[in-house]
Write a protein that binds this ligand. Structure first.
Ligand code: PLP
Length: 356
C-alpha cells in the first residue's frame, strides 16, 4: 500500500470529510458513500482506460471465489450441444487452480500446460490446443507464485476462436496498460495492487451478462450486481473507499503510463542484479518474466534462512518464496518505490560478498 494512502485512511477512519463518521459507520445507501462509490468507479474507468461497453463491478469472495463465479456466469448458454466448455491456459499455480474449480461447472480442457516445462515459459498461442466449441478461454496474466507474466494477451478472434477471453489479473492489475479489446471478462482481488483484501473488481463486457447458469447465486451474478450498481447486498464499503484512495494516488503518480514506466525500471534493476551474479538465479524465460513478482534462488540454498534473517534486520520483509516453489520472491507491486528495489539489490550484493 502507498504510505500516503495508509496515512489518509488512518486520519479518515473516525471522521470522513468532517461528517463525524468513518466510512465503516456510514449507511451504504447514504449520499456520502454514494459519492465515494461513484468517484471510485469513475477513477477506475479513467485510470485503467476501461471502455464504455464494460461494467465495472465491486464483488466479494476474492480471486478464488471468482474461479467459480466466472464459469457460473459464462456457462449458462453453451454454444454447442452437450456440457458447456471452458478452455484453460495453465501457466502456473493460479491458472491450474482455476481450471480445477471450473470442472464443477463444465467440461474443462487444458489447451496449454506449462507444467511439463516447470512453468518456466508459455508456448506461442498458435500452438495451444483450443477448442472451436469452447464457451470461454481462461488465463492468468500474471502468475504470482511462479513469476510468469503475459506481456501481451492472445487475440482469440485472430486465432479463429469465437469465445471470450477471461483474465485473472489479480496480481498485476494497474501495473501496465490493458488490452481491453482482447478481453471479455477480467477480475482481480484488490489486495495485491489495489487496496485491502475483501473487494474483488470484475470487468465484464456487457454482451456477456446474460449467460449465467441457473444455479449462480444472485449475489454473484454479474447481471444482478451491474443492475444494482454493485449494491445488491452491502458492499465492502471501507475496502472500496481505500481502493478509491489508491486510484487517487495512481492519478497523482501520473497515471498508468507513469506507473508502468516505473515498474519497468524496478523490474529491470532487480533482474539485472540477479542475472549479473552466479550467486542468485531466476530461470524463467526472459520474455515471460513478471515485472511484479520476481522469484529467485540462492545457488547455496543452505543460506536461505541466513538471507531472510539478515534481510529482515535490514528492513527488507516478506522475501520468502511461496512454499510450493521455495527460494525467494520479491513482490514489487505498484506501491514499492524504486528506492526499495535498490535497497534490496544493495543488500543482495552485500550478502553475496559475505557468503560467496
Ligand atoms: C492472490 C491471487 C488470487 C487469490 O485470491 P484470493 O483473494 O486469495 O481468493 C487469485 N489469483 C491470483 C493471480 C492471485 O495472485
Amino acid at each position: 500500500m502507498p504510505l500516503e494512502v495508509l496515512l489518509r485512511a488512518g486520519s479518515d477512519v473516525a471522521n470522513w470529510h468532517g461528517t463525524g463518521m468513518g466510512v465503516m459507520e456510514m449507511s451504504h445507501r447514504g449520499a456520502a458513500f454514494g459519492d465515494i462509490l461513484e468517484r471510485t468507479l469513475a477513477d477506475v474507468r479513467e485510470v485503467l482506460g476501461v471502455p464504455a461497453n464494460f461494467d465495472i463491478l465491486f464483488m466479494q469472495g476474492g480471486g478464488l471465489a471468482h474461479n467459480a463465479i466466472a464459469p457460473m456466469n459464462l456457462l449458462g448458454k453453451p454454444k454447442a450441444i452437450g456440457a458447456p466448455k471452458a478452455d484453460f491456459v495453465v501457466s502456473g499455480s493460479w491458472s491450474h487452480k482455476s481450471s480445477v474449480e471450473a470442472q464443477r461447472y463444465g467440461d474443462v480442457h487444458v489447451a496449454f500446460n506449462g507444467k511439463s516445462t516447470q512453468f518456466k515459459t508459455v508456448a506461442d498461442a498458435t500452438d495451444w490446443q483450443l477448442r472451436q466449441q469452447t464457451d470461454y478461454v481462461h488465463l492468468c496474466s500474471n502468475e504470482t507464485i511462479d513469476g510468469v507474466e503475459f506481456s501481451t494477451l492472445p487475440d482469440l478472434s485472430a486465432l479463429g476462436i469465437d469465445a471470450p477471453l477471461v483474465v485473472d489479473c489479480s496480481s498485476h492489475i494497474a501495473s501496465r496498460s490493458i488490452e481491453w479489446h482482447k478481453i471479455g471478462l477480467a477480475f482481480a482481488g484488490a489486495q495485491k495492487n489495489l487496496g485491502p483484501a475483501g473487494v474483488t473488481l470484475a470487468f465484464v463486457r456487457q454482451d456477456l451478462t446474460d449467460r449465467a447458469m441457473a444455479i449462480c447465486p444472485s449475489a454473484f451474478e454479474y447481471k444482478t450486481i451491474a443492475a444494482n450498481n454493485s449494491m445488491f447486498n452491502t458492499p465492502p464499503t471501507n475496502a472500496i473507499y481505500i481502493v478509491g484512495l489508491v486510484f487517487e494516488w495512481l492519478k497523482s503518480q501520473g497515471g498508468l503510463a507513469a506507473i508502468e514506466a516505473n515498474n519497468l525500471v524496478k523490474a529491470n534493476t532487480l533482474y539485472q542484479a540477479i542475472d549479473g551474479s552466479s550467486f542468485y538465479s531466476n530461470d524463467i524465460d526472459v520474455a515471460w518474466r513478471s515485472r511484479m513478482n520476481v522469484p529467485f534462488k540462492l545457488a547455496n540454498e543452505a543460506l536461505n534462512d541466513a538471507f531472510l534473517a539478515q534481510a529482515k534486520t535490514a528492513g527488507l520483509l516478506q522475501l520468502k518464496g511461496h512454499k510450493s516453489v521455495g527460494g525467494m520472491r520479491a513482490s514489487i507491486y505498484n506501491a514499492m518505490p524504486l528506492t526499495g528495489v535498490q535497497a534490496l539489490v544493495a543488500f543482495m550484493q552485500q550478502f553475496e560478498q559475505q557468503h560467496a
